[in-house]
Design a protein around this ligand. Structure first.
Ligand SMILES: [Zn+2]
Length: 261
């Protein structure tokens, strides 16, 4: 089974922010221990007396307002976020990143949480479908942070079965009941938090230093970065990896109609 751990960054309601991001990692079940242990190892350096008490929450580490991050130098705190992302970067090939960055102004009247959730379910389903086509038949399970849009996302999750029916084949490979877990208890949700934070920084603040660490982990096939979606209508020539890879693939198809990419 593949587990898709998801967390959010940015606020759907905050008009000061241009973006809302839902993102995370798809992990084959046997990889969860390795990822958890690697984060435990980083935690041992931060609080040797109580490593399990260290929760990696990127925006809290970045702001350095509460312990154990409070007295840390800025570079050291940013180094902790990067260390977590480097664990993802060097993980097994069956650990993949997924993200959807919604430019809220491009979709007036739509709920960005709903847009991102549907988009990610579809991307995860396509990933599982590709594995299935290659002979690896696996179900997918969604695992979300309990505090993630407690109301909206939990309602979407409750309606998941109905939505699955509405979407037809969209969630064919995904188990119909998502799980909500406490981020404090799950190192995997903490990695999802760092992915969401990095993608948010990439699009909302144009700060690529975190995103670039694990950019190669996004699900990719035939030159298209399927694992990353940049939903926007304002930048037709956007140079982000998601938009650029789709444009290049499209122009290859146009210039060579026989090239069935
Ligand atoms: Zn883009």
């Amino acid at each position: 089974m593949y587990l898709l751990y998801l967390d959010d960054a940015g606020s759907a309601a905050n008009s000061q922010e241009e973006y809302f991001v839902l993102a995370g990692i798809a992990v084959f079940e046997t990889q969860t221990n390795w990822l958890s242990q690697e984060l435990d190892r980083i935690a041992e350096n931060i609080d040797p007396a109580n490593p399990r008490g260290v929760e990696f929450h990127a925006s809290e580490i970045f702001s350095r307002r509460s312990p154990p991050w409070k007295n840390m130098e800025r570079e050291d705190a940013q180094g902790v976020i990067k260390a977590v992302l480097k664990v993802l970067a060097r993980s097994h090939n069956n650990v993949r990143a997924f993200a959807c960055a919604v430019h809220k102004g491009s979709y007036p009247g739509s709920d960005p949480v709903e847009l991102a959730f549907e988009d990610l379910c579809s991307r995860f389903n396509i990933y599982l479908g590709r594995l299935r086509a290659a002979g690896d038949i696996q179900q997918g399970l969604l695992i979300l942070d309990k505090s993630t849009y407690e109301t909206t996302l939990q309602k979407l999750a409750r309606d998941f079965q109905t939505r699955g029916t509405q979407w037809g084949a969209v969630i064919r490979n995904i188990v119909d009941t998502p799980f909500f877990v406490d981020s404090h208890a799950s190192r995997l949700i903490q990695i999802a938090d760092h992915v969401a934070y990095s993608v948010f920084r990439r699009y909302n603040a144009r700060d690529t230093q975190y995103f670039d660490i694990f950019a190669a982990k996004f699900d990719e096939a035939d030159g298209i970065i399927h694992g990353l979606a940049h939903k926007q209508t304002v930048e037709p020539m956007c140079m982000c990896p998601a938009c650029l890879s789709r444009r290049i693939s499209q122009s290859a198809r146009i210039s060579n109609p026989d090239n069935n990419l």
